[in-house]
Design a protein around this ligand. Structure first.
Ligand code: DP6
Length: 391
């Protein structure tokens, strides 16, 4: 290969919504029907990593995702790339004409299962937007660029606590994410992701939300009550009011799954195990006489639990009791270590849900984290000729 190669590697985090985005008012621009709020998770446990190389001698644009070459004709990628190039031209004039005309190679990988309802597209598209912005020297907010890839991705361009304002403009210029507070504001907020299934979801979010908007009567009601909830949860976050934060989070998750069931034909993402987790959380909160844990579910059966660090030993003991791992037990809990247990015998003996050996695949323990990062060249996923470095 001859000719100079420009390349850059970045990482971006996963975010889990506490006020859910579900439904678009514009499919092409990816404009939502309602605002949403999320928590960005630590990249130490969950992140997407992307290297992009640009070179005069590349003959085609190419993309590799998690070790497999995929089609570059994906409209979401095209849409995002178009947007970032437009921004680069506006900001840099003709300085970048040459670089912008070169073909690119993109290599991206997640350090967690893709399409398992773990918001992999959010981290992936946020990372793509952020890395392209680095390559093309685009400065300022890139959340609207990430949004072109996947709506929820716009929230992963910031760390901590994030709101995606739905915006009013028809061109989507005000449909952007902003940070409410950084991760340091509430660093003892921990997250347990209970992986019920690591299979690909049966109805993708884009398709699911489109059907909900078209057919659900209940959805009209949801859209009306989200603004107040959004304001309330932002206040709860600012005040670190876990009790309120948990109540709103759970109510919003339940409402999302209610409108999914009200979709015709109905969509059900939750399984019996998901519902048992919900029951356990409510029973535990009642036992403790205040909300100690909050669950939330995206377009899949996996639960994301929010809780304060001090409550992790008690809650993990309950999870291990009701969902005892029988195989691969040494990998049952991944992420941040949990060194102590606090078995609450009185609670366990009063709960009647069945014990389900291997009911969970595994648990990821993490915390709130920061936004996308630029890596050094040693972290590159592409070699000097622009081909993927095999792991
Ligand atoms: C349930 O962002 O995956 O996770 O914009 O069509 O790509 P598209 O949808 P996507 O939807 C996420 C839906 C959700 C809720 C949320 O993250 O807010």
């Amino acid at each position: 290969m001859s000719g100079k190669m420009e390349y850059v590697t970045c990482t971006a985090p996963v975010n889990i919504a506490v006020i859910k985005y579900w439904g678009k008012r514009d499919e092409k621009l990816v404009l939502p029907m309602n605002s949403s709020v999320s928590v960005t998770l630590s990249q130490d446990q969950l992140r997407a990593k992307t290297t992009i190389a640009a070179c005069k001698t590349f003959s085609n644009d190419k993309i590799w995702l998690n070790g497999r070459e995929e089609s570059f004709d994906n409209p979401r990628i095209q849409n995002l790339l178009h947007e970032v190039k437009c921004r680069a031209r506006i900001q840099n004039g003709s300085d970048l004409d040459q670089l912008l005309s070169w073909k690119i190679h993109i290599c991206s990988e997640n350090n967690f299962p893709t399409a398992a309802g773990l918001a992999s597209s959010a981290a992936g598209y946020a990372c793509l937007a952020f890395t392209l912005a680095q390559l093309y020297k685009v400065t300022g907010d890139v959340s609207d660029i990430a949004r072109r890839g996947s709506g929820s991705a716009c929230r992963s361009v910031y760390g901590g606590f994030v709101v995606w304002n739905k915006g009013e403009n028809i061109d989507g210029t005000d449909s952007i994410a902003r940070q409410i507070l950084p991760h340091t504001h509430w660093s003892d907020l921990h997250i347990l992701i209970l992986v019920v299934s690591d299979q690909k979801k049966h109805t993708g979010s884009s398709e699911g939300m489109q059907k909900t908007v078209q057919t659900s009567e209940l959805y009209k009601q949801r859209v009306k009550c989200v603004p107040e909830r959004t304001d309330d949860i932002i206040d709860a976050i600012k005040n670190k009011d876990f009790d309120k934060f948990a109540e709103i989070t759970m109510k919003d998750s339940n409402q999302l799954h209610a409108v999914c069931l009200d979709t015709y034909p109905p969509i059900s993402y939750l399984t019996d195990t998901s519902r048992d987790i919900m029951t356990l959380v409510h029973r535990y909160n009642t036992f403790k006489a205040q909300n100690k844990v909050a669950y939330t579910f995206d377009a899949g059966p996996n639960a994301c639990l929010y809780l304060n660090e001090a409550d992790v030993p008690g809650v993990i003991s309950i999870i291990e009791y009701f969902f005892p791992p029988t195989s691969q037990s040494q990998h049952f809990i991944t992420g941040l270590p949990i060194n102590t247990r606090a078995i609450e015998k009185e609670f366990i003996s009063n709960v009647t849900i069945p014990i389900q050996p291997d009911g969970l695949k595994y648990v990821i323990h993490t915390t709130v984290g920061d936004g996308p990062r630029v890596c050094t060249n040693e972290d590159s996923l592409l070699d000097r000729s622009g081909e993927p470095i095999s792991p």
